[in-house]
Design a protein around this ligand. Structure first.
Ligand SMILES: NC(=O)c1ccc[n+]([C@@H]2O[C@H](COP(=O)([O-])OP(=O)(O)OC[C@H]3O[C@@H](n4cnc5c(N)ncnc54)[C@H](OP(=O)(O)O)[C@@H]3O)[C@@H](O)[C@H]2O)c1
Length: 260
């Protein structure tokens, strides 16, 4: 893996075998670490023509480099925010302490587990779902079925009621921050990304550009935004033909990186 922007050069030892490179994530962590404080970072893998899935799953666009960044961003985050459609479609489960992410978190001096926060207007997370346990959070609204909310709370899910008829994302981020969950990694999907952009809460968009043309599948955004958003490229890595980008979004003049 090498950095093309802002300071071109190798990011890790190219002589390392793939497995060893997985262990050598210190330089990659420096490239993605954020200073303390609140932030919302969105991570997606996308094909050259804007598709986010192959046959309904993001897996078909994956690569070793993308998986490394995916794990690292989870390791650096306080909480993983995800729409219910993605959590259900991609088979989300809690981050385990003995998983690759858990081990990486420990290596980086972080608590081994980051909770998953599922966004669902209808509180669709089913009691009994493997995510419906502590420390999972459910980000929902008052219009969601009260019985469902109570059942999930009884199962150990931290239910955050953010708004009346719809989820108010700024309120959700405030409630997460109240729990010490300040650095938010949003893993989509497109409906949640659109809502987060419309709410103006996205600070950073990390797009992995997979060298693939797919056509006909779900796109990064489901419809037209009210205003065009113009992210600014602040970092570009390359790994085996895959481009790994960091874009600053919104009002922040630049991403507050800790890397050179
Ligand atoms: N390539 C990638 O990196 C990537 C990343 C993520 C997802 N994906 C793909 O995207 C697809 C899923 O798309 P999707 O649009 O269904 O995803 P989604 O945004 O994850 O899920 C939509 C559902 O999540 C809830 N939701 C999302 N935003 C909300 C908001 N602002 N307020 C309240 N509820 C909200 C709603 O659930 P309720 O109906 O329960 O209220 C909504 O029906 C999957 O195929 C997945 O593989 C790809």
């Amino acid at each position: 893996m090498r950095r093309l922007l802002p300071a071109p050069g190798p990011l890790d030892d190219a002589a390392l075998e793939d497995d060893a490179a997985l262990e050598d994530d210190a330089a990659l962590a420096d490239a993605y670490r954020l200073p303390a404080g609140r932030s919302v970072r969105v991570n997606f893998v996308v094909s050259l023509d804007g598709a986010i899935t192959v046959e309904g799953r993001s897996e078909g666009l994956g690569s070793l480099g993308d998986q490394r960044v995916f794990r690292l961003l989870r390791a650096l985050a306080d909480v993983v925010l995800v729409g219910h459609g993605t959590a259900a479609g991609e088979g989300y489960r809690p981050v385990a302490a003995d998983s690759a992410v858990g081990r990486l978190r420990r290596e980086l001096g972080r608590p081994p587990v980051a909770p998953i926060a599922v966004v669902s207007r209808r509180a669709s997370l089913a009691p009994g779902d493997r995510l419906a346990v502590a420390p999972t959070l459910l980000v929902t609204c008052a219009a969601a079925d009260p019985g469902r909310r109570a059942a999930l709370a009884a199962a150990g899910v931290d239910v955050l009621v953010c708004g009346d008829d719809d989820v108010d994302l700024p309120t959700a981020l405030d409630l997460l921050a109240d729990r010490g969950l300040e650095q938010v990694l949003c893993e989509g999907g497109p409906s949640l990304l659109a809502a987060a952009l419309e709410a103006g809460v996205v600070d950073e968009l990390d797009l992995t550009l997979a060298p693939a043309l797919v056509g006909g599948e779900a796109r990064l955004l489901p419809g037209r935004l009210a205003d065009v958003v113009r992210p600014r490229l602040v970092q570009l890595l390359e790994d085996d033909g895959v481009l790994l980008t960091r874009y600053a979004v919104g009002r922040s003049p630049t991403i507050r990186t800790t890397s050179p």
